[in-house]
Design a protein around this ligand. Structure first.
Ligand code: PBG
Ligand code: ZN
Length: 326
């Protein structure tokens, strides 16, 4: 046979030991951020029907969940709050005894070493379900900034380690940075939802956080899924305004954006593996159509390979267990 000239890539795949040696990307439990939904009331652990394994907790049932997260070695949680009452401005968001503030205090007291990230938005607290204040059907930009600043300060006062504004008003990082600094919280970092698309993948979250818009949609403030260059503009302004981390959201359909941001900026990048991405895997796995563990691991590894440093995911507890071989 004539001698062929080709490379034997399979040499480096010949055994598990060999594959481990040349492995390029790793998932660590230190990369994980676990989202938790807290609501006012007592003795509540409501399953979220579109997100199997995810619950809404009242403060008294929250401890067991957080203990488990700590036990598993997950370093951070992000808290979303469901208030007892909603109003036009979202008063519950910046109330010193609001649900997120109370939950933050409780969790920090019990687990001082756990990083508590407070989601800073208004949609769970406003009766119209939009992320800013409204006038008629218009979502007001500048009028929302003041409310967001107050919300961030009340969260920092309660002990939040990181403020994560998700509302996509222009100037929100500048406004929150100024408010935090003025209140003496210059050391509290901002994890900005810098690149957030108007995505249909948020559907299950709106059930979990009870934050669906009551009219219209979020397309005047969240980004068009068709746009790539706009992600650079969003990241530029958030960095100029003082962001310490950049969140890209959703993750799975936006791996190219994660890579772009990784290649052009040096801030730590968080990929938000959103509710709809979680629901799809859970549903297919429950039907026996895919194997949950390898599919989840491959999906999250893809986000890291794309350039994410951290992953905010509802799979976090399972992943932490699987990484331990449990
Ligand atoms: C609200 C918010 C949303 C998510 C996080 N914060 C929903 C939205 O913007 O409508 C989605 C998270 C998920 O789907 O897991 N500001
Ligand atoms: Zn919102």
């Amino acid at each position: 046979m004539k001698e062929l000239n080709f490379r034997r890539h399979r040499r480096l795949r010949s055994s598990q030991a060999m594959r481990s040696m040349v492995k390029e990307t790793y998932l660590h439990k230190e990369d994980l951020i676990y989202p938790i939904f807290v609501m006012e009331g007592e003795n509540i652990k409501n399953p979220v029907s579109s997100m199997p394994g995810v619950f809404q907790f009242s403060l008294d049932t929250l401890n067991a969940e957080v203990d488990e997260v700590v036990e598993l070695g997950i370093p951070a949680v992000i808290l979303f709050g469901l208030p007892a009452e909603k109003d036009a401005v979202g008063t519950g968001a910046f109330h010193d005894h609001g649900i997120v503030q109370e939950a933050t205090r409780q969790v920090k007291e019990r687990h001082p070493e756990l990083i508590v990230i407070a989601d800073t938005c208004l949609c769970e607290f406003t009766d119209h379900g939009h992320c800013g204040v409204v006038e008629g059907e218009k979502i007001l930009n500048d009028a929302s900034l003041d409310v967001l600043g107050r919300t961030a300060v009340s969260q920092a006062k309660a002990g939040a380690d990181i403020i994560a504004p998700s509302n996509m008003m222009d100037g929100f990082v500048a406004a929150i940075r100024a408010a935090l600094d003025e209140a003496g919280f210059e050391d509290v970092p901002i994890m900005s939802y810098a690149v957030k698309y108007a995505s249909a993948y948020y559907g299950p979250f709106r059930e979990a956080a009870d934050g669906a818009p009551q009219f219209g949609d979020r397309k005047t403030y969240q980004m068009d899924p068709a746009n790539r260059l706009e992600a650079f503009r969003e990241a530029d302004s958030d960095i100029e305004e003082g962001a310490d981390f950049l969140i890209i959201k959703p993750a799975l359909s936006y791996l190219d954006i994660i890579r772009d941001v990784r290649n052009n900026y040096t801030l730590p990048i968080v990929a938000y593996n959103v509710s709809g991405e979680y629901a799809m895997i859970k549903a297919a796995a429950q039907n026996g159509w895919i194997e949950e563990k390898p599919v989840v691991m491959e999906t999250l590894l893809g986000m890291k390979r794309a350039g994410a440093d951290m992953i905010l995911t509802y799979h976090a507890k399972d992943v932490a267990r699987w990484l331990e071989g449990k």
